[in-house]
Design a protein around this ligand. Sequence first.
Ligand SMILES: NC(=O)c1ccc[n+]([C@@H]2O[C@H](COP(=O)([O-])OP(=O)(O)OC[C@H]3O[C@@H](n4cnc5c(N)ncnc54)[C@H](OP(=O)(O)O)[C@@H]3O)[C@@H](O)[C@H]2O)c1
Length: 313
Amino acid sequence: MRAVAVSAFGAEPELMDLPQPEPGPGEVLVAMAVAGLNPTDWKIADGMLKDAVPHSFPLILGADGAGEVVAVGPDVRRCTVGDQVFGQFQLVGRGGGAYADYAVAAEDAVAPAPRNVTYATSAAVPTAGTAAYNLVEETRVAEGKRVLVVGATGGVGTFVTQLAAQRGAEVIATARAGSAELMGQFGAAVTVDHTQGPVAQQVLAAHPDGVDILIDLVSGPEAFADMTRVVRDGGTVVSTVGAADTDMLIEHNLRGFNFENRPSPQLLSILADQLDAGRLTVLITSEVQLEDAPAALARSRTGRAQGKTVIGL
Ligand SMILES: NC(=O)c1ccc[n+]([C@@H]2O[C@H](COP(=O)([O-])OP(=O)(O)OC[C@H]3O[C@@H](n4cnc5c(N)ncnc54)[C@H](OP(=O)(O)O)[C@@H]3O)[C@@H](O)[C@H]2O)c1
């Protein structure tokens, strides 16, 4: 089968011809229709999890995808052949991933795909959508809270903005001028252009009393520490890139943490319901074919991706 994989940590991703995987106990084999791209894909290829778990090479890239179940392993209870599913497929220990004609997933890593949207839309959701849902949940975004989202125009940020606004929060979203209107449609009350000066300074100029919650998807440790200046005493801050110094945050009377996503089939189903009901919009800015996945990964590395990129299979 066709797959985009790396032969070692740090190697260039390339299109390969690899054997079709087989589902083990509790696993399903899916004929992939579309894979979704996330920055985690190239981070894993670079060795992000190198010291945490064993990897097998060639390592097929890609967590997210959607398609049809074509075989099930022993002890599978929730899925049957013919089910349309979406979810997460990266199995680094077996070299398995979503950028392939076929991929294996644990049955509890997938859920029934939403019925009213395309496979492309479904494939764009699992990692970024579940992360966004958990971020607003864990930072206790609620009615009347003022929330600053830094990196709001990316995959996770477009979902965070919508989910926080749905909860009645006042969302301040970073966005270049060209994306400001779109972020408003997603529910942002106001946007701050991060290319026009320090975000913290701009937010404090417009809102001297600060924000209740900071959800930062892009800043490194130094920029993140500076960003926390906008958060009121007793407020909550979170980083998705490990930039939070929790001891320093306690000293400043902030509740802060480095986020680790915990996806689940229940969470995928909640998002599927939202998609079916038209309450969640997926911003797909790029649809590429499998042979163009290496170039799409290179674009993601620049940190300039808007919305989501999906890969047709
Ligand atoms: N810890 C976890 O469990 C977890 C889970 C999910 C994601 N993540 C991580 O969270 C990060 C975000 O993920 P993603 O999928 O949303 O990435 P993405 O789609 O690549 O997001 C890129 C976005 O960030 C914006 N951006 C870049 N630099 C910025 C800055 N200085 N200020 C404001 N906006 C900026 C870009 O806008 P412009 O081009 O306009 O600058 C672009 O829209 C990634 O590093 C990802 O690996 C972690």
